[in-house]
Design a protein around this ligand. Structure first.
Ligand code: TYD
Ligand code: MG
Length: 457
């Protein structure tokens, strides 16, 4: 008998009876893969009804729903708790994605360790590493409580049995791409397997109130059915980012049903696992050059937290006809735009100069409030005049060379004052609404030319 198959988009999970070059749902090209159908359809149906069959349920009004405060528990990392919206919620599913080797297994092992130390029953299921390998990693992050149990398994039915027997309060699945469900014929990591595995895990999480953390790999080509399909199904999606060559890592929420998505957590990879960086500003400004032209400190907001960063620019005369520009940690087009503003509004002949702009420390920042610092760094390098080291700038620069107001000015100024900065240059319109903290002088500007007047006379 020929098995019924269907075609699935590996990006969004769209299902179709025939192959197509372009997915009609997400418009991605060449993402349809053939997989056994049938089972997947029924699995999807089961998920929407929570696995149990009910006869026509009655709709209710919000008043009838009891207001039970959701149960949250701390992960032991305040950086992670904040990203999650105040700790882990019982019965929630959290997906942790990120490049291979970034530290996903490490952070979840440490989280498990903290949970177990606070008396919770924890199960860590690994489909990637042997128990020996886990033990080697665990010996680096410190002693583990006996409440933390490990399991090397990839069959989800077995995992379900173990969970119902052991009754853990927290379970970690490392990683979803290695898990498989016998009823689905396709290979682990395929769209169907990932979706069905997540379904089973969701039923486990919602059914017994276990908080489940799932690790998912992100591949560039989308060869493996990526966490894209998963993102729709889970409650919270966290991305662990960073360069492998720099030691700090940023944890970012991209979806969160239990909290905001603009918080980040900063960690540092050390010899003993990941450590929190409670004050990233200090960390980012460490070892900054003193009295060098082209280096300026900016203040960017990440969620509710201000982070001070050093913006560096190097402007040199173009040797060939075509000026070279590069931007690291900041949008390339934004740098080009700001250079055009300098050329036209401040009469600086930028088109004859190469420019290299870099946010030191490897942090990626896309806030318009960084504009003023970028512009100032460019002018400072161009004129070869350093900016006084205790000076900080923030503000958006518009196309007419005007400095526009940005949000949360007071937070930024307070952070600057806390770290010992004595001068803050900010949009004039922000200054009028600001309560200036002690020990810092605030200078309001309304055009880039005023900044030049102030700093490079
Ligand atoms: P890992 O958590 O295995 O990454 P992932 O699960 O995301 O693939 O992290 C692997 C990297 O972290 C590896 O290159 C070694 C490094 N590492 C340390 O630097 N210190 C440590 O204490 C640990 C456990 C790992
Ligand atoms: Mg891993």
């Amino acid at each position: 008998m020929k098995k019924a198959t269907g075609f699935f988009c590996s990006e969004c999970g769209y299902e179709s009876a025939k192959w197509m070059g372009q997915c009609p749902a997400c418009k991605a090209w060449n993402t349809m893969v053939e997989e056994p159908a049938g089972k997947i359809r029924s699995a999807r149906g089961a998920a929407s009804s929570g696995g149990a069959l009910r006869s026509a349920p009655q709709p209710v009004s919000l008043d009838e729903i009891p207001m039970g405060g959701e149960e949250r528990f701390s992960t032991g990392f305040s950086e992670l708790d904040r990203v999650l919206g105040g700790g882990t919620v019982a019965g929630s599913m959290v997906l942790v994605g990120g490049d291979p080797g970034i530290g996903k297994s490490t952070i979840l092992l440490q989280v498990c360790r903290n949970f177990a130390a606070s008396g919770k029953r924890v199960l860590y299921v690994s489909g990637e590493e042997s128990l020996k390998q886990i033990k080697m990693r665990a010996s680096r992050v410190g002693s583990l409580s006996e409440k933390l149990k490990f399991l090397c398994e990839t069959n989800l039915e077995t995992i379900r049995e173990v969970i119902s027997r052991e009754k853990p309060e927290i379970a970690v699945i490392d990683s979803i791409q290695t898990m498989y469900c016998e009823e689905i014929a396709s290979a682990p990591g395929s769209v169907g397997q990932v979706r069905e595995s997540t379904n089973i895990l969701m039923q486990i999480a919602k059914g017994s109130g276990i908080a489940v953390f799932i690790i998912g790999h992100v591949t560039k080509e989308g060869q493996v059915a990526g966490p894209r399909v998963l993102e729709h199904m889970v409650d919270t999606v966290l991305y662990f980012e960073g360069e492998r060559t720099v030691s700090y890592r940023v944890l970012r929420a991209v979806k969160n049903r239990f909290g905001s998505t603009n918080e980040i957590g900063v960690f540092e990879m050390t010899g003993e696992g990941l450590k929190e960086v409670p004050n990233p500003s200090e960390y980012m400004l460490e070892g900054r050059p003193v009295g060098a032209s082209g280096a300026v400190v900016a203040c960017s907001m990440e969620g509710t937290r201000p982070i001070l960063l050093e913006v560096q620019a190097l402007v040199t005369e173009t040797a060939f006809g075509m000026p070279r520009r590069t931007a690291a940690g900041i949008d390339y087009n934004r740098v080009n735009l700001l250079m055009a503003v300098l050329e036209k509004r401040c009469r600086l002949p930028m088109s004859h100069y190469d420019a290299y702009v870099n946010v030191a420390g490897g942090m990626r920042m896309n806030e318009p409030a960084m504009d003023l610092a970028v512009v100032t760094a460019l002018i400072s390098s161009f004129r070869d005049i350093p900016v006084e080291e205790h000076t900080l700038l923030f503000g958006e620069v518009g196309l007419s060379g005007e400095v526009r107001s940005v949000s949360m000015a007071e937070y930024r100024v307070r952070e600057a004052a806390k770290l010992g900065f004595t001068t803050c240059i900010l949009p004039q319109s922000c200054l009028s609404r600001l309560k200036v903290p002690e020990g810092i002088r605030c200078i309001g500007v309304s055009t880039v030319n005023e900044v030049i007047q102030e700093l490079f006379r």
